[in-house]
Design a protein around this ligand. Structure first.
Ligand SMILES: [Zn+2]
Length: 467
């Protein structure tokens, strides 16, 4: 009998509704109970109970070491796309992937892939990953635990003797943060096949007027210039994509819950608005004669709040994060105003209703106040994403088998997963972080919580690999 086959069969049981074939007679092939660390239908030895152990010390060391590759001093982390530190950090990640026995590939913009071939490599792989770029003066966990944690999840599975059926792949996405070129989730948007972005990048420059392509070349990428369609992945390239991430909110920590199983990712829309009035002297121009661009902006900002609250859902949010007045003098009536509005929801229709109301309101404010609405631009309007049911079920049963508390939740920040959802069934695992802090040096996640996330990730990958 074929040795591969001999190792199989003997135990068929159901994991989240899908039959899973496992091996009992080959000591190098551990059965699913081993991965859960939990006896399911047969008592396991002490050793196998420990088989899903995370090298917490090693993982913490890696997190700390990666954080030193920063353009600002500790405890802050600043790692900008294609900078010298970014290049070093990429080398660090590729090296770790190599040490874990993964075959490493990079695409034209520097998305990095590390693959562990499964027994049936022709099947669509299961993938996991996140980003390691960091906005100025931020922390060392955002994104990082979803990359280093994913590599450690592979190590966990390898140490336990697991043999994947579908290949497993770790992805490090290029530029999740918009810091350098003003485009968030640059790598995952391109992977998901954004033709608009592939075009836009041809003429994109940073604040120093360095083109995207020159910057990429500095980091050793984009040699086949001008054709970024090579980065696109077809729908169905992966059977599943899972991202491990800190919550970036306070719920899990407040509730002392170990794991958040993300059911949906809210999607942002951003809008830029400009009003123009005639300005004038703050003393000389009488009130009935004014057309104050500043008051138009103020009125619109309050209208944004009103429309968001009118949606009736706690999941609808809106923020005017930028409000600028020109010329910005105490004794001058504002002649120009500029607003930037961010609105998000997990329900695309509901969010788009808010956008439409904001637009109508801007038009009527401009008419009533006699100011010109010189710009109303929807900068981006990404659709929200729902997690895949089979993946969330796999994550939930992983939590149960690992005896970890969990809750379903929404991701109000968005992630590379939002774009991966366009080409693959998607799920996200959240872990608690201190006070929900993120994007600042105080960002912190306890290694115990990270290790729990890694175990849930490892077990979920194992289940999906065999599915
Ligand atoms: Zn992130």
């Amino acid at each position: 009998m074929d040795t591969k086959l001999r190792g199989f069969v003997l135990s068929v049981y159901i994991v989240f509704g899908l039959p899973v074939i496992t091996a009992h007679n080959d000591p190098s092939n551990k059965i699913m109970e081993d991965f859960s660390g939990y006896p399911i239908h047969e008592p396991q030895s002490q050793d196998s109970l420990l088989s899903l152990s995370v090298d917490s010390e090693g993982l913490q060391k890696q997190i700390d070491e990666l954080s030193t590759l920063s353009e600002t001093p500790a405890p802050s982390v600043t790692r900008i796309l294609y900078s010298e530190k970014d290049v070093l950090a990429r080398r660090f990640i590729k090296n770790l992937m190599g040490l874990s026995g993964l075959s490493v590939r990079e695409d034209a913009v520097g998305n990095i892939f590390g693959r562990w071939d499964g027994d049936e490599p022709e099947l669509a792989p299961v993938s996991t990953g996140s980003h390691i770029d960091a906005i100025p003066y931020s922390g060392k966990y955002d994104g990082v635990i979803g990359v280093l944690g994913a590599i450690e999840a592979i190590n966990v599975l390898k140490r336990s003797g697991f043999k994947p059926k579908r290949s497993l792949e770790v992805i490090m996405f290029t530029s999740e943060e918009p810091t350098r070129f003003g485009i968030s989730c640059l790598g995952s948007r391109l992977l998901a096949g954004s033709k608009e972005l592939a075009e836009l990048l041809k003429k994109t420059v940073d604040s120093q007027n360095i083109s995207f392509f020159d910057a990429a070349r500095f980091a050793g990428y984009a040699n086949h210039l001008q054709d970024l369609t090579s980065v696109f992945l077809e729908k169905g390239s992966y059977s599943a994509f899972i991202e491990l991430h800190i919550e970036q909110g306070p719920i899990l920590e407040e509730e002392a819950t170990s794991i958040g199983v993300v059911t949906a990712i809210a999607a942002p829309a951003s809008i830029k608005v400009d009003f123009e009035g005639s300005g004038g002297h703050a003393g000389a121009v009488l009130m009935p004669m004014r057309n104050d661009a500043g008051l138009a902006a103020a009125e619109l900002a309050l209208a944004v709040e009103k429309f968001v609250l009118e949606s009736g859902s706690i999941d609808t949010v809106g923020t005017v994060g930028i409000l600028e007045l020109h010329p910005g003098a105490i004794n001058s009536i504002p002649s120009k105003s500029h607003l930037e509005i961010d609105t998000r929801d997990i329900d695309e229709k509901r969010r788009n209703v808010v956008i439409e109301k904001i637009h109508q309101s801007a038009l009527s404010i401009s008419e009533n106040r006699g100011v010109k609405l010189s710009e109303f631009k929807i900068v981006n309007q990404d659709p929200p994403a729902l997690s895949d049911d089979l993946i969330t079920m796999a994550m939930e049963s992983a939590c149960q088998e690992l005896n970890l508390t969990f809750r379903k939740m929404i991701s109000r920040a968005y992630h590379d997963s939002l774009f991966m959802a366009r080409i693959s069934p998607m799920g996200m695992i959240f872990i608690p972080c201190y006070k929900g802090y993120s994007h600042k040096p105080e960002e912190f996640a306890a290694i115990e919580d990270i290790a729990n996330g890694v175990r849930v990730l490892a077990l979920t990958l194992a289940k999906l690999s065999l599915a």
